[in-house]
Design a protein around this ligand. Structure first.
Ligand SMILES: [Zn+2]
Length: 693
């Protein structure tokens, strides 16, 4: 009985059925030219779902407040946080040779890639000229300087110059990695803007000669290169993708960091696999799903999915993101997740969702977005953590394995290294832009939920606006109003969350069966007229789940090196029991109120409690949403649970849960739990109380 079973059974047991595009039947599939969001050039296998251009989905309600906080906090003002963000891809900041190593001057290229990816998407999500203006200035500054002699987006290098070629490969290809992040930002910007300068830059970077895309850490490049191909049909790009996924192809890794490792699934032999740095893992596994689209070889997708399942079964935290401090390892109450990996995990799940159409990917996105995502930043979106951990009782605890170690748990304007300060900008807009996707039969699919409004084309290019009024996930009800510009027949697919056992669906007030298909969607195809309504209700029942914390203690030194990993059931570490409380997609926590700021806990708060598994007697309390949303301690949805006070004095340098179930000191009392995302200090992985004799 482990939380992992509850969360991940769907994927492991059922796999991904069919893998045809998400349509009613093959006969309804359209030819490329008639697909509203199809690209003019297609891969061998179509993805199940098509991303809408950034800007099609606009946030409403609480989600709009949070997007505006991102705009007014980090995303709109990164140049004020650190000089590196002024330097990022600026035409007067052109490093060469050893200067391209990340500590010697190369870092702003990664940072710019991450930030621009968030900046462009958030700008179009909010239709905000302040953000869009910055995006245009920063992303197209050097388009006229791209002459085909550069190295990817490093336009000032000359690929015919041996020194420049060497510089591009410093640090196992670090500059190539940073280039791919810039390419991803640029492809998002082009999808939204159709700016020809952006497409010219993409095509010049990826259409030139050279094997840059295959080298060591260049694995961030294949997806934007593929996007560029689908817009242009550029044959040179197609040839590079052919080479990348050819039997004798894949990554070229003089430094030993090849992503070819993930071309085949993990070995089932216990202890046969090493872990990986999580950014590297997510960026190296996910392109094999592209390998499937490009070649039609299903084994590439199976490999990507098998690695993700392996990784999630070992490392998944109840917060919805894996242990990543900075390598993955067993689930643990005091293990960290790097903010870069909250962003990278959401990106990887959105990408795999589009390829497979599997609604379980939406469940994972929601779990990560509604829990781990708000813990990365302060309520005003102006300070952030480098690492978060499910339990955080005091400010300088725990000591994380890498990066800034215990300082990584503080909310600060910047952290060193600056990676997370940049990557956090991606989190909110990547979620919003994937709340709706298009289907190949010219319908739309509601893929992730929250208050939103989508404007898109359906059927034969008929504009439709669909507004979703809801406080989800803080409420169970979602009310959609459908407004096509004229009466039109088209399908709408709604994801039914995996955790929901009794979904309710009504169209214009009339109940219809909400049975999931093999991908976890219910599809409603009918003639829609302006003002039609769809009501969804996902009843949320609070649940207690248990698991074993098999995490190791804090490493004495922060050296980066791989460790053997294995699935929990074959891991010889006996571990420490824990219990979590969830309701719908939300993880709940005992809040230790933050007082002066997000780094100052209330010293009087009581948090030494264990949950009695047989009698937690959970009750739910709801109240109205606040007028302005900032993930408040005074949350609109709270739970009450029975708990017992225990003796427990975890050492701040290396805190651990009790080794076994703990006897309570006194009769059970009631504690209040609030959504994890509304806390800055908390217990969310509880000790377990021993049964009374
Ligand atoms: Zn980071």
């Amino acid at each position: 009985m482990s939380i992992r079973i509850g969360l991940f059974a769907g994927l492991l047991v059922t796999g991904v059925a069919g893998l045809l595009p998400l349509t009613g039947s093959a006969a309804e599939a359209q030819t490329p030219g008639n697909v509203n969001y199809g690209r003019p050039f297609e891969p061998k296998v179509r993805p199940a779902l098509l991303a809408l251009p950034p800007g099609a989905v606009a946030p409403q309600g609480w989600l709009s407040d949070w997007c505006l906080a991102a705009r007014n906090g980090f995303t709109g003002h990164m140049s004020e946080y650190h000089e590196a963000f002024k330097q990022a891809w600026a035409t007067d900041y052109t490093m060469r040779g050893e200067e391209l190593r990340w500590p010697k001057g190369g870092w702003p290229y990664e940072g710019g890639g991450y930030w621009f990816d968030g900046l462009a998407r958030l700008g179009y999500v909010l239709h905000d000229s302040f953000l869009i203006q910055q995006t245009q200035t920063r992303l197209t500054a050097f388009s006229s300087r791209m002459d085909g002699n550069g190295v990817l987006f490093l336009w000032w290098l000359n690929k015919n110059n041996a020194e420049d070629r060497k510089g591009a490969q410093e640090d196992n290809g670090w500059p190539l990695w940073a280039s791919g992040l810039f390419g991803r930002a640029l492809s998002g910007y082009y999808a939204a803007s159709q700016d020809p300068d952006a497409l010219h830059t993409l095509e010049t970077a990826y259409g030139g000669d050279g094997d840059w895309m295959r080298m060591s850490w260049a694995m961030s490049n294949p997806w934007p290169a593929y996007d560029t191909y689908t817009w242009t049909g550029n044959k040179a790009i197609a040839a590079k993708l052919d080479a990348l996924f050819a039997p004798e192809g894949g990554g070229i890794a003089p430094g030993g960091d090849s992503w070819n490792r993930y071309r085949q699934p993990p070995s089932p032999k216990p202890g046969a696999e090493d872990n990986d740095h999580v950014v590297h893992f997510l960026e190296s596994t996910t392109p094999w799903a592209l390998g499937y689209l490009w070649t039609g070889k299903r084994e590439f997708l199976d490999s990507a999915l098998a690695w993700h399942a392996f990784f999630e079964r070992i490392a998944m935290q109840p917060t919805g993101v894996p242990v990543a401090d900075e390598w993955y390892g067993p689930t643990g109450a005091f293990r960290g997740t790097e903010t870069c990996d909250v962003a990278a995990y959401l990106w990887s799940k959105a990408t795999l969702f589009a390829v497979t159409g599997d609604g379980a990917m939406g469940d994972r996105m929601e779990r990560a977005f509604f829990n781990a995502a708000p813990a990365t930043v302060s309520r005003d979106f102006k300070t952030h953590v480098y690492f978060q951990s499910p339990n955080r009782m005091v400010c300088d605890s725990p000591v994380f394995d890498h990066g800034p170690r215990q300082a990584g748990g503080y909310y600060r304007p910047i952290h060193s290294p600056l990676c997370c300060t940049a990557a956090l900008n991606r989190i909110v807009p990547w979620y919003v832009t994937h709340m709706w996707m298009a289907t190949y039969d010219n319908g739309l699919a509601a893929t992730c939920y929250g208050p939103s409004r989508v404007n898109a084309l359906v059927a034969e290019r008929v504009p439709v606006e669909i507004t979703c009024q809801t406080a989800y996930p803080f409420s169970e009800a979602l009310e959609f109003t459908v407004k096509p510009s004229k009466k039109t027949t088209f399908p709408l697919s709604f994801r039914i969350p995996g955790w929901c056992s009794a979904p309710e669906l009504k169209v214009n007030g009339k109940a219809i069966p909400a049975a999931r298909d093999s991908r976890g969607f219910v599809r409603v195809s009918r003639k829609w007229k302006p003002g039609d309504t769809v009501s969804l209700r996902f009843p949320m029942v609070p649940v207690v789940e248990t698991g074993i914390d098999q995490a190791k203690g804090t490493a004495a030194t922060p050296a980066h090196h791989a460790l053997k990993v294995m699935l929990p059931e074959v891991n010889p570490v006996s571990g420490r029991p824990y219990a979590t409380v969830s309701c719908g997609p939300l993880l709940f926590a005992l809040a230790i109120p933050d007082t002066r700021d997000a780094n100052t806990p209330d010293p009087a708060a009581r948090w030494k409690f264990a949950l009695p598994l047989k009698d937690t007697d959970l009750t739910v309390e709801r109240k109205a949403m606040p007028t302005q949303w900032d993930w408040p301690l005074d949350a609109p949805l709270t739970l009450s649970a029975r708990a017992v006070a225990i003796d427990w004095d975890p050492a701040p340098q290396d805190p651990r849960l009790p080794e076994a179930a703990v006897p309570g000191q006194s009769p059970a009392e009631r504690i209040k739990l609030i959504p994890y995302g509304c806390t800055k200090f908390r217990i969310s992985m509880f000790p377990v109380a021993a049964d009374r004799p």
